[in-house]
Design a protein around this ligand. Structure first.
Ligand code: FE2
Length: 362
């Protein structure tokens, strides 16, 4: 049984500075720490939380003794792994392996005076991992090895209201998408929820294909993108070249009030993709009743995709690190909207292509 996303671990060049950025810009609390002072000599990790979202931000202390430094050299800062919360690690892991999952780490237990945690990992994409995580027998902060931060971080920022992980998206090479969709469906007992074929997601110049797999009770959603031929380089190809492999492209974070969240994130210095003003003229023409003020959506650059009786509000950040690879999506689902903003793809991809041109990857 999978209950939902638990936490995401990022490998980065300097954990302390990246943790500070998440606190200052995204409104996370720096709640925990693991490093030499807590008995871990080869790496530093900060544990950050914001409502239901949990990050681990890790960097290497030594050049050769861990996978952290080699990951960052090859990929730049990125998502190394994400874990899902399960009731039985052994059972979830064995089921996955029996159905073809690639083993990274068999089930193991770590303990301290607060109890024990069980974990296991399978490989996904080129160099990413999916973890099974069970916290039922642990009363501590996060997991053994983590303690309260050794330094008091007093960081002021605007309240962002970010709530939970909505979905985690992977980018793969041409003709690999079906294989990874099958992999998740077989090993985790997921199902394909939505498919976007040729022509569904394209601009005049570039295109991609996408499939969304999900847990049958919808607690986990994992879209997978692959590039599709176009006149120019697809944004997925750009990602794979710059990341030097396949991996996590973006994490969508939900909020109960996207207007307040985007206003706060912008004040905190987070940069977002810019949507052309004509987008809002089109939205006004649709005469669909949205609770939010369209002028306010336009002022903040928030996109709105109508879906039957419901609608979805969303906005994408620019890549958050140095390479044009990983970014965030901020999302609010209204009246049961289940989609991924397909009506916004055109406007969004034109915005991404403008940035690609500026980078010379075009
Ligand atoms: Fe998304």
């Amino acid at each position: 049984m999978i209950y939902g996303f638990d936490h995401v671990e990022f490998y980065v060049g300097s954990a302390k500075m990246v943790a500070y950025w998440y606190a200052k810009a995204m409104g996370f609390s720096i709640a925990g720490y693991r490093g030499p002072e807590t008995g871990r000599k080869d790496r530093i990790s900060y544990y950050l939380t914001k409502n239901k979202i949990k990050w681990v931000i890790t960097s290497a202390l030594k050049p050769n003794t861990s996978d952290v430094a080699s990951f960052v050299t090859l990929h730049g800062d990125g998502v190394k792994r994400f874990s899902v919360l399960v009731d039985d690690v052994e059972k979830s892991f064995s089921r996955a392996v029996q159905h073809g999952a690639l083993t990274v780490q068999k089930p193991y237990r770590t303990e301290d005076s607060h109890g024990y945690i069980e974990e296991a990992f399978i490989r996904i994409y080129d160099d990413t991992e999916l973890g099974f995580f069970n916290t039922a027998h642990y009363k501590g902060l996060f997991k053994p090895g983590f303690d309260k931060p050794i330094q008091d971080f007093v960081i002021q920022c605007e309240e962002t209201g970010l709530e939970a992980i909505d979905h985690i998206v992977g980018n793969v090479r041409e003709k690999e998408m079906d294989r990874w969709a099958d992999y998740f469906n077989k090993t985790l007992d997921f199902e394909t929820f939505i498919e976007f074929g040729p022509g569904d997601i394209s601009t005049k110049y570039s295109a991609l294909l996408s499939k969304v797999v999900r847990a049958k009770d919808n607690v986990i959603k994992l879209p997978i993108n692959e590039p599709y031929k176009g006149l120019k380089k697809s944004q997925i190809e750009e990602y794979i070249e710059e990341y030097h492999g396949t991996g996590i492209q973006h994490i969508a974070i939900s909020t109960p009030n996207i207007i307040a969240s985007i206003r706060a994130l912008r004040k905190n210095g987070v940069e977002f993709l810019e949507v052309p003003a004509t987008y809002y003229d089109e939205l006004r023409k649709k005469k669909f009743k949205v609770t939010e003020n369209i002028d306010e959506l336009q002022e903040l650059g928030i996109l709105c995709d109508i879906e039957g009786q419901g609608y979805l509000l969303q906005l994408f950040t620019k890549p958050i690190g140095d390479r044009p690879t990983f970014f965030f999506e901020i999302i609010q689902r209204r009246n049961g909207a289940q989609g991924f903003g397909q009506g916004n793809f055109q406007a969004l991809f034109e915005a991404i292509e403008n940035d690609q041109k500026k980078r010379g990857n075009w």
